[in-house]
Structure formats: structure tokens, C-alpha cells
Design a binder for this molecule. Sequence first.
Ligand SMILES: Cc1cc2nc3c(=O)[nH]c(=O)nc-3n(C[C@H](O)[C@H](O)[C@H](O)COP(=O)(O)OP(=O)(O)OC[C@H]3O[C@@H](n4cnc5c(N)ncnc54)[C@H](O)[C@@H]3O)c2cc1C
Length: 392
Amino acid sequence: MSKHTTPAARVVDVAVVGVGTIGSMALWALSTARRRSASTLRVLGIEQYGTVHTHGAFSGESRLFRVAAKEGRHLTPALLEARTRWLELGRLAARDLLIPAGAIHIAPSGHPDLHAALSAAEEFDLPHRHFDADDLRRQYPQFAVDHGDEGFLDELAGVVRPESAVFAASRQAQADGAEVLYNTVVTSLSPTGTGVRIETSAGAVEAGHVIVTAGPWTARLVPGLSRMLTVANFALAWFMPADISAFLPARLPGFMRDFGDMHAFGAPSIDGFSVKVSPHLHLPTVANPARRPMTLSREQLRWLGTQAQRIFPSLDPEPVRWSVHPDSQSPDSRPIIDTIGEGRISIAAGMSGNGFKFAPVWGQAVADLALTGASPWQDAEFTLAHHADPVD
Ligand SMILES: Cc1cc2nc3c(=O)[nH]c(=O)nc-3n(C[C@H](O)[C@H](O)[C@H](O)COP(=O)(O)OP(=O)(O)OC[C@H]3O[C@@H](n4cnc5c(N)ncnc54)[C@H](O)[C@@H]3O)c2cc1C
């Protein structure tokens, strides 16, 4: 080859751009389809960082997993399916990906999210418990419970380990024949009529179909989505309880706590010394992930500590660690799962702070769109048409 010859583009059937949360699950779904049909489907993942990293939406030790969907009862079947897949992936990887601690929501009586989850549990006959304030104080003395509070325990819920999950799905996909290019940045996508040309920092790839699962970076790759997608930023914080035994998964479920206009979520202790309590701190939303806030002020940390201690009075209000992470945000917090480019580019984005629990199913949905053009998991609310005009 002369030194002026352009290297031939690598050719694959399906490329997954961004192997984070949804991308790793899409790769796993594609490679499972490849194995089950004994096909020669060429599947390639392309990830700008390494297998597990701290830049995207998935780091931070734990993610709350719920089954009774407060977001709308019609989403409960997707969460039941996600639970089956979390357990299956955990078995395949020999890792405890889903800690079956349950998840409790404590809120002032009549809270709409709590009651939406309660009706989903009743409709789908899910194991659950409904507590009044006195029951809550007896069962969960770690929490400060106000007069008139109620609690809903989703017994099939728990906490997913996000770094292990992304690692496990990526490795399982590779074991089933997918390839992944790590530390490789995709710089552009151009439909060619018969497929999509992908320019990367390591050369070009020609793919029959591209799945874009680039999370907070999606609008940089597909600028047409910048009207719909922003980058939301979420703070996580961990605190020291006086008695750690009351905060281990055997005694503390994953939790959500509402009072006044404050919403917080968290997880039982996983590291064995601290507990994650994340009161929702309003951080600026940005268009460019490179401009995202990455640090918290002393005042913000103090506010987090005050709120955390309001939830669990025995906590030391000084955070032992904290971090800020981005997620792609859609206008109405519903995900975008749809195709563009005459059906040759599938997109899963706009996970809006809620995508981890659904990830194996949303990964299957974009894999289905790539392989067959349709998915039973795609909902009308996830389409670009819905997001272009979400009030309709
Ligand atoms: C702090 C925090 C707490 C959360 N808590 C919960 C929770 O308790 N429960 C829950 O269900 N959900 C939760 N979520 C939401 C959930 O974690 C996210 O919705 C989900 O992780 C989003 O996944 P993603 O695949 O869209 O993005 P990511 O996981 O960030 O994946 C995108 C990937 O694409 C790669 N990429 C981007 N651009 C390129 C490019 N040009 N070339 C190559 N690679 C590229 C990135 O490096 C990254 O690996 C939380 C989110 C945050 C931020």
C-alpha cells in the first residue's frame, strides 16, 4: 500500500456507538441474537473511554432498581423483564449485579408517585407492603418519619451495581462474538444510502446499521437532536451512620424520600462503612457535556448534609465522598428510542436520570430496531414524533 492510499473502512453489520449503560446492553442483546440464530452478524461496539469509566451516566456504585413503575403502570412489564435480565446477567457474570434489598418510598400521605407505584403493584399483583407512619417507625427506625407519612415497599426492587453491570454486559457480548474498540472516539455519522459511514479516531467503519447510545454526548453526534436533548447533572453523596449495621442491605432497602419540595434517593451501605443519600440538588443543565459542573461548593455540601441528616438523624452530616455525573435529559423525561436516517440509525437517549433500571430492556429495544425495524418494547411516548411535541 502506498503511503497516500486511504485505508479501507472496516465493514460490519451493526455498530453500537457508546458502550456505556444502554450501549453495553444493546451489544449483549445483539450478540445473544447472533448466538441464538447461529448467524454471522458482525457486531462492533465503539467506546471513547475504557470498559468502565467515570465520565458518563453510569458511575457511582449503585442505581436504584424498582419494579412497580411510578412513571406509568404500562412500564411495569418492562421493569419485570429488566429484573429477569439483571438476574440472568448476574448469573452469567458470576457477580451480584442486583442486590435484592427491596426499595421503599416514604412520603407525605397521598404523594402521587407513591400512589402510582402502589396501583402498579396492585394491578400486576407484585409483592409489596404499604405502611402508615407508626408502622414505618417500628420497621425502619433509621428514618425520621413525620406525622402523616406513609411508605410503599416494592419487594422485587433493589439496587443494581452499575460499573459491574456495564462490564458484565460488555464482556458477555464479546464472549458471544461482538468486538469492541475502546478508547476510540466517533467523530461523525453519515448515511450512505446502503448503510452508515462512521468516522472514528482509529479510522472509518461502514455499518449496515448504527445504534447511537452516546448518553450525554448524543446531540454532539446527532446535532438534529439538540432541540430535544440537554445534559442534566446529578450529585451523589455518602455519609457515615452511627450504627452501620442498621444501614446494610439486610436492614435498609434502597429508598426514595420526599418531604416539602425535597426529593432524595439512596441505597444501603455497599462499602460497609457509609450510606449513599442523595437529596436532589439543583445543578445547571448544559448543552455541552464538556461544560458540565464537576465540583460542589462548601455550601452545597453543607445543604446535602443537612438534608441527609433530616432523613436519617444518626448520620454525620459531613459527606465522606461525593461526585457529580451527567445524564442526557429529554423534554418530558421519557426516553427517546427511535430511528432516523431512513431507519439505518437507531437512537436510545434522553434517559433523564431514570435509565439504569430499564437498561437491559431499552438495550433490547434498540437492538430490535436495528435487526427488524420494530420492537415490542418501543412505546409511542419514546418516539421522536412524541418528543418533538410532547404535549400532544
Ligand atoms: C448520579 C446519577 C444517579 C442516577 N440514579 C439512577 C437510579 O438510581 N436508578 C436509575 O434507574 N437510573 C439512575 N440514573 C440514570 C441512569 O444512570 C442513566 O439514565 C443511564 O446510565 C444513561 O445511560 P446512557 O447509556 O444513556 O449513557 P452512558 O452510560 O453515559 O453511556 C454513554 C456512553 O457513550 C460513550 N460515548 C459518548 N460519545 C461517544 C463518542 N463520540 N464516541 C465513542 N463513545 C462515545 C460514553 O463514553 C459513554 O460510555 C442516574 C443517573 C445519574 C447521573
